[in-house]
Design a protein around this ligand. Sequence first.
Ligand SMILES: Cc1cc2nc3c(=O)[nH]c(=O)nc-3n(C[C@H](O)[C@H](O)[C@H](O)COP(=O)(O)OP(=O)(O)OC[C@H]3O[C@@H](n4cnc5c(N)ncnc54)[C@H](O)[C@@H]3O)c2cc1C
Length: 517
Amino acid sequence: MKKNKKRVVIIGAGPSGLAAAYKLLKTEEDLEIIILEATKDIGGISKTVKYKGNRIDIGGHRFFTKNKEVEDFWHEVMSVQGKPAYDDKILKIEKPLVKGGPDPEKVDNVMLLRNRISRIYYMKKFFDYPVSLKLQTFKNMGLGNTIVSGCSYIKSVAVKKREDSLENFYINRFGKKLYSMFFEKYTEKLWGRHPSEIDASWGKQRVKGVSILAVLKDAFQKVFHIKSKKVETSLISQFSYPKYGPGHFYEKVAEDIKKMGGVILKEHEVEEIVCKNEKIISVKCTNKETIALDYLLSSMPIKDLIEAMNDQNMSKNIKRIATNLPYRDFITVGVLLKDFKLENKTNQKTIGNIIPDNWVYVQDPSVRMCRFQIFNNWSPYMVKDIKNHIWIGLEYVCHESDDLWVKSEKEMKKFAIDELIRMNLITKEDVIDSCMEKVKKAYPAYFDTYHELDKVIKYLNKYENLYCIGRNGQHRYNNMDHSILTGFVAADKIIKNDPDKKDLWNVNAEKEYHEAK
Ligand SMILES: Cc1cc2nc3c(=O)[nH]c(=O)nc-3n(C[C@H](O)[C@H](O)[C@H](O)COP(=O)(O)OP(=O)(O)OC[C@H]3O[C@@H](n4cnc5c(N)ncnc54)[C@H](O)[C@@H]3O)c2cc1C
């Protein structure tokens, strides 16, 4: 350890770990900062995967926040564009450019402004996401479905169900019919469980405030040009996005951290956490290195953290709860196409007139795919040959033990492409190339022992020098902004020498807004 300097070890070079390191290095000179990252990559789930000049954003990451500190951080690291991006220039799309901001055609470190378009593809038709009450929706659904949906919505307004499950949460907001058409099967694809088995708090995290009434209000405000004070994130239409995807942003943060004297050790997976008298003393990595520390910030999954702690006095109950915390794993199949059979019937202009969506929800229960991303629409710089190619990412959510997860790359790519062919979206001849990327524990899930998580939190809080941060680090469905915020709050606590963890665990627990995905 450096003389006179206290050492902070941070597990994970994802958004939360990097944000904590950045803040600590900016505000406190007397700390030594070491980030230990298990993989070769920077950015955690928010990394960008490079494949033969094309880039995959795992999940599609919008940079949107209502938190000023996070927004300032994003824009301090990467300035917002001052000149149009390639596609905006060609298509003459106007964006609120920042005076004096960088030109994305000349500079790499630049944050683009992108339009959000995302719809549901169901019964070979496009529906708004979230479903909205407009003529097109009724036309798509047909008269019979419309009448039943209307009646069941009125019923849900009159008779509220007890919100003790995700199923009841949705029914209360959308009515039984719309729930069964748009949420029931999709939720099962995503979580591998029926919505009646899932805690309502997941719904509260993701679709809070979005109901048919909220959507109607939004339509009314748009018609009469009334600005809403309260922004529902599900209805946001523009977001920031780094030129080369989210990983590009986090790689820049990592560079800044190193310039400020921080150390990032890749391929350093923490496998043991050495505890003594309710303090963390050091961590041991799989490469046998032991690193002593004064403070530990952990963004590793709580399940792994508890398994790694060598506390002889840990109760069996804490171990049981942590070991049984549920997660969902994620597979993306990148497919490079010559042609995509979906017609752009919107008034949104795109290069090659492809559909303008960033991502599309696939409702069809006969395919396993949950969504597909169209990277051309995230940033024109994500695709090597944007004029001639469509670069999409097909998303599958499963469990490590599932049939999908154990498929070889060749089998998985074939499986995904076959689904697209079955849906009549491509022919075999349209496919130029494909690749696959897997992410373990992409989604912390809200069932099984999740209900007992407070006992584990209480146990972890006994360790004064341990701070749990981020999405899996807190087992909370955090977006990047809330993950970053946990890193900032933990950094603040170290700077102020404040051992109370209450507000750290409260990030995103009581806040008003959440994102629907
Ligand atoms: C499909 C999908 C779509 C998403 N879309 C959005 C979006 O549009 N907008 C948005 O804001 N957010 C989005 N998110 C959420 C975003 O990805 C996360 O909030 C964010 O990446 C969490 O950051 P983190 O630092 O907490 O964790 P992670 O990104 O998971 O990073 C944790 C890091 O810790 C490392 N690690 C784990 N265990 C160890 C160990 N034992 N030793 C050393 N290192 C370890 C991992 O390798 C990883 O690099 C999305 C997520 C998914 C899955």
